[in-house]
Design a protein around this ligand. Structure first.
Ligand code: AMP
Ligand code: FE
Ligand code: FE
Ligand code: ZN
Length: 292
């Protein structure tokens, strides 16, 4: 059933909470969004919708609209590719099965990485669990937090450029479906798929047009071009591709609380794009505050 028309404002369409690797609970995230002056915010934890209820319950108090979403992990060869899926049905069986499989693989992969690190550093699996909220989707940021707690690095960024960098030799991939499967899963769950941070590896490593065309044909809605980590050199090319394929352009901060320098609301999506995205969502409704 199509949603009633809304007149949105600017929204930050990519944020993480303690349900994955952000450092703030969903309710706190909405309070921060109100402070940042945002009309709306999308909660997009990695491979999980477990934060939606708490975020939705905080909409009336904050006056911030919630666009429920998820950042789905996919993989193209050796490269990790992230898809944002908005307004998906959180009970869709195919998507639930796939995200359960990804989260399980993230767990065994994190254990494997920690086992390798523990041969060289004083770090245990218990240290990592101590940094991970109950039921959260685990990722390298939790290992980074454990390294910080052990005094082995100063912060997450130092962990990522040091011990967690692939060149350090402890890396291990986790299972993820390919991006085409990901786009289909999100659409079949009634959701609206957007390719997350497509320019982080520079202009030379943007998804090739022929592959992008396949994603578009499967229902890709947009490209997250205004993202703090997309390289400046990639943006003109991404805008050209968005134009060529009729894709929406989104902007978002990829806020992780204190876990990353990204500031909530530093990149935003224009109201008309937010309206189109909401109009296409079939699996869940946005949670809107009552405004007078
Ligand atoms: P993983 O999910 O285990 O592959 O870890 C990737 C996550 O780590 C992504 O959500 C990134 O946002 C986060 N990340 C990557 N680099 C950094 C960094 N330098 N500081 C903090 N978080 C990072
Ligand atoms: Fe993350
Ligand atoms: Fe991502
Ligand atoms: Zn993210």
């Amino acid at each position: 059933m199509p949603h009633a028309p809304v007149a949105p404002g600017e929204a930050d369409l990519h944020t993480h909470s303690t349900v994955s690797d952000g450092t703030e609970a969903p309710a706190e995230l909405l309070r921060q969004a109100a402070r940042a002056g945002l009309w709306g915010v999308a909660l997009t934890d990695h491979d999980s919708t477990a934060g939606w209820a708490e975020a939705a319950a905080t909409v009336p108090e904050t006056g911030v609209a919630l666009i429920p979403g998820m950042e789905l992990s996919t993989r193209e060869g050796f490269s990790s590719v992230h898809l944002l899926g908005y307004l998906i049905d959180p009970l869709d069986e195919a998507l639930l099965a796939e995200t359960a499989r990804i989260r399980e693989s993230r767990l065994t992969r994190a254990e494997q990485i920690v086992r390798r690190i523990s041969r060289d550093y004083d770090l245990s699996w218990a240290d990592v669990l101590a940094q991970t909220a109950e039921g959260a989707t685990i990722g390298r940021p939790h290992i980074a937090d454990a390294l910080v707690a052990r005094g082995l690095v100063s912060d997450r960024s130092a962990a990522f450029s040091g011990i967690l960098h692939p060149s350090a030799g402890y890396a291990e991939p986790h299972y993820a479906p390919d991006p085409l499967t990901g786009v289909r899963l999100i659409r079949e769950a009634g959701g609206v798929p957007v390719l997350a941070h497509p320019g982080t590896r520079g202009a030379e490593r943007i998804v090739p047009p022929a592959r992008l065309k396949q994603l578009v044909d499967a229902g890709l809605f947009g490209l997250e071009i205004d993202h703090p980590e997309n390289q400046a050199s990639a943006k003109p090319r991404l805008r050209e591709l968005a134009e060529r394929f009729g894709l929406a352009v989104t902007g978002s901060s990829d806020y992780h609380g204190d876990g990353k320098p990204n500031r909530l609301g530093e990149c935003r999506t224009a109201p008309d794009v937010v309206a189109r995205l909401i109009a296409e969502g079939r699996g869940a409704a946005p949670v809107l505050p009552v405004r007078d």
